[in-house]
Design a protein around this ligand. Structure first.
Ligand SMILES: [Zn+2]
Ligand SMILES: [Zn+2]
Length: 239
């Protein structure tokens, strides 16, 4: 049987990972095949800043959080393992666009370490990923957020459930203004089937937190259906 393109890319990525253990950022040879970054690049990976807002982790301005003060945030708490820059940006790029789905284990492990240190995330009832539109998922071969969510669920023992679906294709949020970003996601998410979210504390997982618009739109939807709490947790957060 002829294997599909994503499947071939997946196996190739696995073989590359085993045969040539090199740093995903600088290309230096690694001491151990299970490492992803060399010691040098690992030192350049920046954990989320302690001086950021304790609720949404936006950088504070004169002791105040511009996001929380705007009163427009619908999620309860946002956290990430790292700042999205340098070697971490390289790893996530490989994970997302170069078929290295196997990197989910390494990223999930780092997220679990950050999770352990953040009490606000501990009492969630269910872990759920930000969904991809089905054509995008088919093209990529996997949903990167789903892999991270499953990994974290296994480690934290919080049950995993795909609560959401994306109802249409949406353009990338990165180059849009705030108003355009919100409009771009209008009605783009819905609950899958008859998923029960009423009264639940939900931990929403994504790879990168960029502007918070996606998290916010999903939080509005989940809260409309009675969710008690919506927390967002990502591998990295835009600097
Ligand atoms: Zn390196
Ligand atoms: Zn804040």
């Amino acid at each position: 049987m002829k294997s599909s393109k994503p499947l071939r890319a997946f196996w190739q990525a696995g073989i590359d990972l085993i045969l040539t253990p090199t740093c995903f950022s600088c290309g230096e040879r690694l001491d151990r095949a299970r490492d992803v970054l060399c010691r040098h690049c690992m030192e350049k990976a920046i954990p989320l800043d302690d001086n950021s807002c304790p609720r949404c982790h936006t950088l504070m301005e004169a002791g105040k959080c511009p996001e929380c003060d705007s009163g427009e945030i619908s999620y309860d708490f946002a956290h990430s393992a790292w700042i999205f820059q340098g070697p971490i940006k390289d790893v996530i790029h490989y994970f997302k666009y170069n078929a290295y789905s196997s990197l989910s284990a390494w990223l999930g492990e780092a997220m679990y370490r950050a999770y352990q240190e953040e009490d606000a995330l501990h009492n969630c009832d269910v872990i759920t990923p930000v969904p991809l539109y089905f054509t995008r998922k088919k093209e990529r071969g996997y949903n990167q957020s789903e892999l991270l969510a499953r990994c974290l669920s296994k480690k934290s023992a919080i049950p995993y459930c795909r609560l959401l679906k994306r109802t249409r294709h949406t353009a990338s949020q990165t180059l849009l203004s705030k108003a355009e970003r919100e409009h771009n996601l209008d009605g783009a998410f819905a609950l899958r089937g008859k998923q029960e979210v009423s009264g639940k504390r939900i931990l929403l997982i994504d790879d990168v937190f960029t502007t918070g618009t996606t998290a916010n739109q999903i939080a509005i939807l989940l809260k409309k259906h009675g969710a008690r709490e919506v927390n967002i947790f990502t591998a990295a957060r835009a600097a």
